[in-house]
Write a protein of this length. Structure first.
Lengths: 113, 115
């Protein structure tokens, strides 16, 4: 059973556009929802994270929107840049811990100049 | 700080061979984990440790062993390599900050091919 479902698998956006990646989960016990960014040949790195006590968190051009009732959360990248081209993973914490993450399958984002 | 380091960067094994993937962190993090990354599968947790002497299985533990004798090191052992273990392996570490956003720091990865 897949604990977190991520879509789309790939996304192509023009420079300056908005990139939106979605994740859905089933277990209401999850209470930590991070997004990781991975460039080719590198390890993933934390981009932004949210807890369910807020519906939105913004850091620069990156925003997480969280819908607790729908059990969905999404990453919005405003004014997308070619340097944002990477693979993005959503994750949820398993077993109530912050160190045991279950990741989505990833979204390959390509931002065309 | 070097952060999380992994060796080797690349490795080719024959079926049945054994090897150890090394992982070390210099941030005094309590938690360390091993993930494997396969195309279209995301990152899957193999084993994790909450401190020296304490390890537990993740989602895909079969064929792998771990131990944690020190806070700094968390090696991953393949006892008898199989082609299905061809993957990119990432080690990660994090600090315990319950209720906070304790970031998992990932190493650069080891690309393993089993022939």
């Amino acid at each position: 059973q897949q604990q977190v479902k991520q879509s789309p698998q790939s996304l192509i956006v023009q420079k300056g556009g908005i990139s939106i990646i979605n994740c859905a989960y089933e277990n209401t016990a999850f209470d930590y929802f991070p997004w990781y960014q991975q460039f080719p040949g590198k390890g993933p790195a934390l981009l932004i994270a949210i807890r369910p006590d807020v519906s939105e968190k913004k850091e620069g051009r990156f925003t997480i929107s969280f819908n607790k009732s729908a059990k969905q959360f999404s990453l919005h990248i405003m004014d997308s840049q070619p340097g944002d081209s990477a693979t993005y993973f959503c994750a949820v914490n398993s077993g109530g811990s912050n160190y045991k993450l279950t990741f989505g399958k990833g979204t390959l984002l390509t931002v065309n100049p | 700080n070097a952060g999380v380091t992994q060796t080797p960067k690349f490795q080719v094994l024959k079926t049945g061979q054994s090897m150890t993937l090394q992982c070390a962190q210099d941030m005094n993090h309590e938690y360390m984990s091993w993930y494997r990354q396969d195309p279209g599968m995301g990152l899957r947790l193999i084993h994790y440790s909450v401190g020296a002497g304490i390890t537990d299985q993740g989602e895909v533990p079969n064929g792998y062993n771990v131990s944690r004798s020190t806070t700094e090191d968390f090696p991953l052992r393949l006892l008898s390599a199989a082609p299905s273990q061809t993957s990119v392996y990432f080690c990660a570490s994090s600090h315990d900050s319950w209720g906070g956003h304790n970031e998992q720091f990932f190493g650069p990865g080891t690309r393993l091919t089993v022939l």
